[in-house]
Ligand binder design. Structure first.
Ligand code: CA
Length: 762
């Protein structure tokens, strides 16, 4: 007893003394910084001088006390830039870091900010606040790192601004292993998680708490009052893989994917607000495992389905391995408001493996509002393990569930908090509470660094006239700003260098006369003498319009293409639109493509329309470079519309998505209204297909005419893909071949209304 008292006295005394002696040290070099850290005592502040600190691996190791932490801060917030090969580590306890900006570089280790020093040496009761990490990307998109890694316990990451992570790896992770601490009690609050582009594979989460191996133990992490804006990395925005966490009061705006209770039990998800604004694949909460509570959440305009539904209550796997799907048991889902949702699913993911429906669960006093009379509710499996009670829904045709739902005309009005509530006060007991107050955008992140980093849209800039003189087009592209349009005067252009496109650019010729057939009456013809005409670099996007492009002056080089993405691969996904063009004579060698997307690159949207493509030895859209079977792919959405193809030796569309994980939404392919003649059957075309789709999630091939051409080949490999092949004419062309790679694939297939004429030539 006496001994304990004695120790307490010493602690109080030392805290008081050090506070009195606290020093502030302004450091101007990395050596000065290291000396200051070695000497730091509780209460000291180490101040990094304003300016750029390049190639700086910051290790703040020390022992502060609760009332007198050791602080590392910027001389002025937002004036200290950490660049090059740099990172920050904290080891010890009661440490605070604030005011730094990480940009123009990337971490040489696996983490930008790590709450640990050496392996096993963690930080406790420490805080990183008001920092910015802005596109601090490893230039290799497939090289993984984390931007914030919380180890230890009782650490806080708050009021920070995180934007533009484009390479592989979750943005913020809570690392939970016995040597780093399992009961974390971390707090992640008031951060602004800005746009994260679609990664096109697993590993694009914005927050992940734990991994499956330790998921049955509690983490006690709090994720509160953060803002998630267009965090589109993958299907899990937040991936909870541990127990007893609280996800509360966050706002999700136009973010693809869902807050996912992937592993672990007893988590609480409440008072969150989701605004999908109709953007595809925006979801809400996905429920898996035991004793999860989802209450008082507001969801509006969520357009996602399946695992990215507004609510997805999943089916489980009997005797599930730790990394698969435990049965939903004891879920409580109550007082949520769901407005204009595309989908609310019970038994989501039900298949031969995931055969256990939810049990012992409640779905109570939720409000579901829509005015299109389409029921978003779907039962994918038996729902008798869920008690439905006191829910109110707008009137719908053919309701999926009857017991526990009252249906009425519901008129809504927007309240001062920005959320919709029923005009009829008698409905006040269902849905979210009136006092739900979403955190304001200004209350998240920092107020000394801008929050928007949006790319300029194609066509949003100036219009710059360009003539056919030698070198003029190349010079104009180098000088163009983001969003500019290069308006080409009539003439023949010969381009003698690869045109590097590192901004969104439109290159267009004069519009042909009204009534001209596609590919006719084009006043601009471009030939090129290098292996490619346009190469998309980081930050680039391209719109080609009203041009005739000829390959007849191109060299006989491997990888010839009219447009390609940089062979180094792209971090951020890019758009490519080609319309009203005529592409011909790509035949100097046996493999000359129109568009070729390199390994390590993802095109968000590729559109080819109202065009003519003829005499091509390679493929038209080549998107098959990701062959590692890791779930990466080259194109998210491909549209080929109203175009005539003649004499294409390779495929019109060659799309490959390997692997079997379910973290992504695409690829999504639409081929409509095209004429395809004598195509898909060149001697080097190993598939002998006109259209070859491997692992595509959604394919629509309709109203096309195929003549003397190769087969349509579709292989379903993962998830719940859907394929529609409707209203096509196949003349001397084989009928489509569609197959499932395994029994686990739950494909939806519609092949109908097609006309087959003549025998396919062999
Ligand atoms: Ca994931």
């Amino acid at each position: 007893m006496r001994r304990i008292l004695c120790t307490a006295t010493v602690v109080v005394l030392s805290g008081w003394m050090t506070a009195a002696e606290a020093a502030e040290r302004l450091v101007r070099t990395q050596d000065e910084f290291r000396r200051a850290v070695d000497q730091a005592a509780p209460g000291d502040e180490i101040v990094l001088a304003n300016g750029e600190w390049r190639d700086f691996e910051i290790l703040l190791r020390g022992h502060g006390v609760a009332k007198a932490p050791i602080t590392l801060r910027a001389e002025q917030k937002g004036r200290v830039f950490i660049t090059g090969r740099s990172n920050l580590r904290l080891a010890g306890e009661n440490l605070v870091v604030s005011g730094l900006v990480f940009r123009d570089g990337w971490t040489p280790s696996g983490e930008v900010i790590a709450f640990r020093g050496k392996a096993g040496e963690v930080a406790r009761a420490s805080r990183v606040t008001e920092v910015v990490i802005d596109r601090f990307n490893n230039p290799n998109r497939l090289e993984s790192d984390h931007w914030i890694a919380l180890y230890g316990e009782h650490n806080r990451f708050d009021h920070s601004q995180i934007v533009g992570k484009a390479n592989l790896g979750a943005t913020l992770v809570v690392i939970r292993e016995p040597e780093y601490g399992l009961e974390n009690h971390h707090r992640i609050d008031h951060n602004w998680f800005g746009p994260r582009p679609n990664l096109g594979s697993n590993g694009g989460e914005t927050i992940r708490i734990g991994t499956s191996g330790q998921s049955l133990s509690p983490s006690y992490t709090l994720v509160e009052d953060n803002w998630f804006e267009r965090t589109d990395g993958e299907i899990e925005i937040i991936s909870v893989k541990s127990g007893s966490n609280v996800i509360r009061g966050n706002v999700f705006v136009e973010s693809r994917g869902a807050l996912t209770l992937r592993h672990g039990n007893g988590n609480l998800v409440e008072n969150n607000v989701f605004f999908g604004r109709g953007k595809p694949h925006t979801g809400g909460v996905r429920v898996i495992n035991r004793d999860q509570t989802v209450r008082n959440n507001y969801m509006e305009g969520l357009a996602g389905g399946s695992n990215a539904s507004a609510l997805a209550v999943m089916n489980g796997v009997p005797n599930s391995p730790i990394n698969r799907y435990h049965q939903v048991v004891g879920a409580v889902i109550e007082h949520n408001t769901i407005v204009d949702a595309a989908s609310v699913e019970f038994g989501a993911g039900a298949d031969a493996e995931r055969s256990l429906p939810p049990a012992g669960s409640r779905f109570v006093e939720n409000l579901m509002v829509s005015d299109n009379r389409v029921d978003p509710l779907r039962a994918r499996a038996a729902v008798d393990g869920i008690v439905f009670d006191g829910n109110v829904q707008s009137e719908v045709d053919a309701p999926a569930l009857v017991v526990g739902f009252r249906r009425a005309k519901i008129r809504m009005e927007r309240a001062a908090n920005g959320l919709l509530y029923p005009v009829d006060r008698k409905l006040g007991a269902v849905g979210v509470r009136r006092d739900l107050q979403p955190v304001a955008r200004e209350a998240t992140g920092v107020d000394w660094y801008p929050k928007t980093q949006a790319l300029a849209a194609l066509g949003s800039g100036r219009v710059i006239p360009v003539g056919p003189e030698e070198g003029a087009l190349a010079a104009a592209i180098r000088a163009a700003g983001p969003g500019d349009t290069l308006a080409l005067a009539p003439g023949r252009y010969v381009v003698e260098e690869v045109l590097a496109v590192s901004r969104p650019l439109t290159v267009q010729g004069p519009a042909p006369a009204a009534g001209a057939a596609p590919g006719e009456g084009l006043a601009v013809e471009i030939a090129f003498t290098r292996p490619t005409l346009f190469q998309i670099e980081e930050g680039g996007a391209l719109h080609l319009k009203n041009l005739a492009v000829s390959g007849r002056r191109a060299p006989d080089a491997t990888g010839d293409a009219v447009v390609r993405t940089t062979p180094r691969g792209l971090l951020a996904s890019c758009d490519l639109i080609i319309e009203g063009v005529r592409v011909a004579d790509l035949d100097v060698n046996g493999a000359f493509d129109v568009v070729s997307i390199s390994k390590g690159s993802l095109a968000e949207r590729v559109v080819l329309k109202n065009s003519v493509v003829e005499n091509v030895t390679g493929s038209v859209i080549k998107a098959d470079a990701e062959t590692d079977e890791l779930g990466f792919y080259n194109v998210e959405r491909l549209e080929i519309l109203d175009t005539a193809f003649r004499g294409v030796a390779g495929e019109i569309a060659d799309v490959y998505r390997g692997g079997t994980d379910e973290s992504t939404f695409g690829p999504d392919v639409l081929v409509r209204g095209n004429r395809i003649e004598g195509s898909g059957r060149g001697p080097r075309n190993t598939s002998q297909a006109a259209i070859d789709l491997h692992g595509v999630q959604k394919a629509v091939i309709e109203q096309n005419e195929f003549r003397d051409s190769g087969v349509i080949e579709v292989l379903h490999t993962v998830g719940a893909p859907s394929t529609r092949i409707v209203g096509n004419r196949f003349e001397r062309t084989p009928e489509p071949k569609v197959a499932d790679a395994s029994k686990k694939v739950e494909a939806k297939l519609l092949v109908s209304g097609n006309t087959v004429v003549g025998e396919a030539a062999r």
